[in-house]
Design a protein around this ligand. Structure first.
Ligand code: 4G3
Length: 307
């Protein structure tokens, strides 16, 4: 169950003040340590133990399913919510507050983040809200996103339900769903794949997807580099080669990028020549045309930054 504690009940003055101006000056008010600590101590006395205290703050570790699983093991938890102002640092130290954030955004108070966490944690407690200890609880199962779901009708607005789901072939359905989960995770949350639990076969499948993606990126990148080299005079020939990895402004900056990242020194022409020399050194036939140089540069950029 959830119980709200009002720290104003732990004040002694007649206006029940809980905040005061910050030492050192500055805007806003700061919650004083006594009401927070006294409220916590009263709670500890009542419970006969000292429950973990979670302080809701944008400066905390970002809450996730695995933190929820850890917190779900606790018999009792205290969620401490600041409102506008901060809380005196000494109170946070004395009650051993753990800092958690609901995400990278700022609200007027910690109440909504605490409710998000309470909802998330409580559905992991067996017997709470009708949920059991089923595998369904692990929604971030294997660190993959969920596969798409379909229900009746079989065709809606001309869009049919994927045939495999109607086949009754459970093994195929299961592997189709896994494949969808992997595709979707790569598409929407590639960061999750780092820790995804994949079978060897699934890893191979992912490698194929990545290779396809890499090849199409390469084509685009090649086009971008060609443009940049061609538009020697246009400083506005800006391109952002794969989001954040390489940003090149016209040809002179291309030179800088090649210089600092690849150790290729000199003017673009010299670089082109140097790259051909390297190609020659590597036993390739020398092609002194710009396209070949562009290809070489693309290779280098790809090797270092994109794939
Ligand atoms: C402490 C938590 C509390 C410092 C609290 C703001 C967002 C979150 C507050 C502070 C909050 C969150 C109150 N806003 N992302 N506001 O979990 O700067």
């Amino acid at each position: 169950s959830v119980e709200a504690v009002d720290i104003r009940d732990y004040t002694t003055d007649k206006h029940r003040h809980v905040d005061d101006a910050p030492y050192g000056g500055g805007a806003g008010m700061v919650i004083q340590p006594a009401p927070v600590c006294d409220a916590y101590e009263a709670l500890c006395k009542k419970l006969g133990k000292r429950p973990r205290v979670i302080y809701m703050t944008p400066q905390g570790r970002v809450f996730n399913q695995s933190i929820a699983q850890d917190l779900a093991k606790e018999e009792d938890l205290v969620f401490l919510c600041g409102h506008y102002e901060g809380i005196d640092e000494r109170a946070l130290e004395l009650i051993h507050a753990e800092y958690l954030s609901a995400g990278d955004f700022v609200l007027t108070g910690g109440e909504l983040p605490s409710m998000v966490m309470i909802d998330c944690i409580s559905r992991l407690v067996p017997g709470v809200l009708g949920n059991g200890d089923s595998a369904e609880v692990e929604s971030f199962y294997d660190n993959l996103l969920e596969y798409p779901q379909y229900t009746r009708p079989e065709v809606y607005e001309g869009k049919a339900v994927p045939g495999v789901l109607l086949s009754g072939h459970h093994k195929n359905i299961e592997s189709w769903r896994r494949e969808q989960s992997i595709r979707r995770t790569l598409e929407r949350r590639p960061d999750l794949l780092e820790d995804a639990a994949l079978t060897l076969k699934e890893q191979k499948f992912l490698d194929c997807l990545l290779k396809e993606q890499g090849e199409s990126r390469l084509k685009e990148l090649e086009q971008l580099v060609k443009e940049a080299v061609k538009n020697e005079e246009t400083p506005g020939g800006i391109f952002d080669a794969y989001k954040k990895d390489i940003t090149v402004w016209g040809r002179n900056d291309l030179k800088d990028v090649l210089d600092s990242n690849l150790g290729l020194k000199g003017s673009p022409t010299q670089i082109a020549k140097a790259s051909d020399k390297v190609r020659k050194g590597a036993g390739e036939k020398v092609v002194l045309d710009p396209t070949a140089s562009v290809n070489y540069i693309v290779d280098k950029l790809t090797e270092k930054h994109v794939l």
